[in-house]
Design a protein around this ligand. Structure first.
Ligand SMILES: C[S@@+](CC[C@H](N)C(=O)[O-])C[C@H]1O[C@@H](n2cnc3c(N)ncnc32)[C@H](O)[C@@H]1O
Length: 216
């Protein structure tokens, strides 16, 4: 069950223009989340090529306030997760590492994983160990990750369940809320995950976030 928290950080100014629901990445998002075989080799290649091609201009998206939903998710969402350890966080779909420092401020070990080498190559060295990998088969042991952070990134439900520690938490952020191309509602994330989960959700700035943990 998801508990909606009140909004503490309102959006300022006009929301960024969004093509979210018509974007081809929205279809991929839904296929990956809802269909067991949704992540096909063709989709993998399409996604990798798309983001390798966007790498040069990706940081133009780093506008003031874009970090608001992640900051709020960390403050109120992670704090709500019972018995969460703060050792290892994996930032999946880390891109050019725009959020790696936020993770490193909370977790002593951070691994930034991305399928697109050109994105990862532009990420800063230091706040996170960088690794090229596919979120459908993460190069980490079962039950080893305290926080799995997905900012504008696809949800692979079975893999989330495999890698998260017993008291681990999934952090789900959409920077432009429902206008984000890679978007799911908190209830959809909750419904996709295997087994019973609890969580909290809210909006911050122009984005939405939710944090999910296994019900005891
Ligand atoms: C929309 S971008 C978001 C980047 C970053 N999180 C941000 O918000 O600035 C999605 C990122 O996820 C990566 N990605 C997509 N599918 C992936 C997969 N299966 N495994 C790992 N990374 C993936 C892309 O290469 C891209 O860098």
């Amino acid at each position: 069950m998801i508990t909606e928290l009140p909004v503490l950080i309102p959006g300022e100014g006009e929301p960024p223009a969004g093509l979210g629901s018509d974007h081809p990445m929205r279809q991929v998002t839904r296929a990956v989340a809802f269909e067991p075989d949704g992540w096909t080799p063709e989709r993998q290649q399409q996604v990798q090529e798309l983001f390798d091609g966007l790498a040069d201009e990706w940081n133009t998206r780093d506008v003031p306030g874009r970090e608001a939903p992640l900051v709020d998710a960390f403050r109120r969402g992670l704090d709500a997760a019972p018995d969460l350890d703060h050792h290892l966080a994996v930032e999946l779909g880390a891109g050019t590492g725009l959020f790696s420092r936020e993770l490193a401020a909370r977790f002593p070990e951070v691994v930034a994983v991305d399928i697109a080498f050109e994105m990862l190559r532009r990420a800063p060295a230091g706040p996170a160990h960088r690794a090229q990998g596919d979120g459908s088969r993460l190069p980490v042991a079962d039950g080893s990750v305290d926080a799995l952070v997905l900012v504008n990134m696809f949800l692979f439900p079975a893999e989330v369940d495999r890698v998260l520690a017993r008291h681990g938490a999934l952090v789900w952020v959409n920077s432009r809320g429902a206008d984000t191309p890679i978007h799911l509602t908190a209830a959809e994330v909750d419904g996709c995950l295997p087994g019973d989960w609890s969580g909290v959700a809210s909006t911050a700035g122009h984005g939405t976030w939710s944090v999910h943990w296994r019900s005891s």
